[in-house]
Write a protein that binds this ligand. Sequence first.
Ligand code: PLP
Length: 412
Amino acid sequence: MSDHDPEAARIARARLPDGLRPETLAVRTAMAPSQHGENSEALFLSTAFVQPDSETSARRFANNEDFTYGRTSNPTTRSFEARLAAMEGAEAAIATSTGMSAILLLVMGLLKAGDHVVCSRSVFGSTIGLLGKEFGKFGVETTFVSQTDLAEWRAALKPTTKLLFAETPTNPLTEVCDIAALAEIAHAHGALLTVDNTFCSPALQRPLALGADLVMHAATKYLDGQGRVMAGALAGPKKLIVDVFGPTLRTVGMTLAPFNAWVVLKGMETLNLRMKAQSEAALAVARWLEAHPAVSRVHYPGLPSHPQHALAMAQQSGLGGAVVSFDVKADSPEAARAAAFRVIDSTRVLSIATNLGDTKSIITHPATTSHGRLTEAQRQAAGIGQGLVRLAVGLEHVDDITDDLQRGLGLC
Ligand SMILES: *Cc1c(COP(=O)(O)O)cnc(C)c1O
């Protein structure tokens, strides 16, 4: 906002007062409006930006100032970045084309061959592939450790460890790790902690306030919230976001499309309401499942039976999030798979899909989808049995969700 138009400054959202609450920031934080005074943030579809004169152009290119070319910055994308930074309590944020490309940017910007990463082995499957396999080829080594055992994180540290990467709660078992404790371990070693905050979003959890250095998002999920576009981001201190990741993104080009930035920007205005409503519905569904005779176990941080319930409630604003998993009762893996398939295939309201963060509830069978490429032994070690069903709870009426699950569970 360096080239600020004084006319535009008189329009309400150009000069927000300090100390606004998160709900207000989610609706109001953005670039100043154009000279037309549009109330809803504009979508700027333009690859190039016209320069007033050659001097200004030379300065903008030399200092990477806004706006010159679409790979490097765009006003709509800047609004998304400003809003996410405000919601995460970060100095700055940088948008990327997908959640995975946010992790690509993180590693490309921060690390070099010979550096070492410690990461939970329960993180998103593609994150394990990106760190373990793809970056392994370039000499960045990753050690995968327990989600919950801090001693394993400590024991995995090497002189070359530069980054700890955590995701909480995990998919599909909703295991919770202690962000503040991991930040302490990282900082005592001179390393940085990055937290994938996709599952909770800043509506429930603010990792930077707990000591993390960077937050990563698959904005594809709850930030959009309606299952429309792919998007990602990193948020954190200016010296990393602007000085380290900015130049890498400009060179590599995992730029977020302005249309996608605009969709997510508008989605974020309802994030706080959606996360509360979907978490409350998920808790009701989890309680109903826990009392069901055909269900052997429910994985949900909002239930007192969850192993890290107290930590989750302290870390996630007292809410469990919108993802619930459960095991159907069965005597053998074959019977468990048949029962899980029966529950999924009997639904008439829920969507059978492998996504989450939508207003439409989604049901999936992790053992044959997100975790289908693991061997049976690896799946057993990860606790992902054939009877496990994952539910990403949306905004339908809770009774319609439980009625839909009962269609299949009633047959088990
Ligand atoms: C979906 C997801 C990702 C990857 O995001 P994409 O936008 O699909 O690339 C990363 N982490 C978590 C926790 C996710 O759910």
